[in-house]
Structure formats: structure tokens, C-alpha cells
Design a protein around this ligand. Structure first.
Ligand code: FES
Length: 125
């Protein structure tokens, strides 16, 4: 795969760094973004929880969902939808090329369509 268009895609991390802890905070411009490696797929969500502004990147991954460290809301990593809540965490499109993780810093609308094309990697984890 060729390198993604640098106007739309920002290099934020290397896949091996994310593979170690499965989560990582990166900052694009002024926007903190939480990267997660869930079942071999890389996802990006806004790092500031829509509930009470805790850092999602300090949370955990449990049964394929992101668990906020604040009050344990459970987010779908692809859509940002929170279980049993109306709030939705903004998500970002992700691409991985040659072990480099790129994020498109334009937040996607939340909801069922947001995660339609998540990147799939073969990295262990
Ligand atoms: S701050 Fe995230 S669930 Fe409350």
C-alpha cells in the first residue's frame, strides 16, 4: 500500500508501539485521540469521554469494547456508541500502511455507519 495522502491522513504512531499496551494517546493538532488495538484492528476515538471528560486512553479493552476509566461506560470502538446511553464518542478513520498508523483528524459522525470500514491488521493481539 502506498503512503496515505498527508493532507487528510496524519501519521500518529507505529503499530508495534500500540501492540504492546493495546491503547495509546496521541495528539493531532489540539485534539487528543485514543488509539486502541482491538481484536487485531486499530480504532481511533476522541480521547475525552463524552460523559465526564475522563481520558479513554487510560481505560481498558474488555470483550471488544472500550471501557472508560471514569464510570465504566462501554463504547463500541468502531462507532463510538455507548452501551445503554444516548451519547456517542466521536471516532476517526484509521489507516495502517507498513506498520505506520494514520488518522484522519476529521471526526466522523457517530452511529452505526461510522465504523463501516475499519482497518484490519494482521498484527498479533
Ligand atoms: S467519564 Fe467516561 S464514563 Fe464517566
Amino acid at each position: 500500500m502506498s503512503e496515505p495522502n498527508p493532507v487528510e491522513w496524519v501519521l500518529v504512531a507505529e503499530l508495534p508501539e500500540l501492540a504492546r499496551r493495546k491503547r495509546k494517546q496521541v495528539v493531532v493538532g489540539d485534539t487528543p485521540i485514543a488509539l486502541f488495538l482491538v481484536n487485531g484492528r486499530v480504532f481511533a476515538l476522541h480521547d475525552v469521554c463524552v460523559h465526564k471528560q475522563r481520558s479513554l486512553s487510560k481505560g481498558t479493552v474488555l470483550h471488544g469494547r472500550i471501557i472508560c476509566p471514569g464510570h465504566q461506560w462501554s463504547f463500541d470502538p468502531a462507532t463510538g456508541e455507548a452501551a445503554d446511553q444516548v451519547e456517542c464518542q466521536p471516532t476517526y478513520a484509521v489507516r495502517v500502511a507498513e506498520d505506520k498508523i494514520y488518522v484522519n483528524p476529521r471526526a466522523r459522525a457517530g452511529g452505526a455507519d461510522a465504523g463501516a470500514t475499519p482497518y484490519t491488521t494482521t498484527a498479533a493481539g
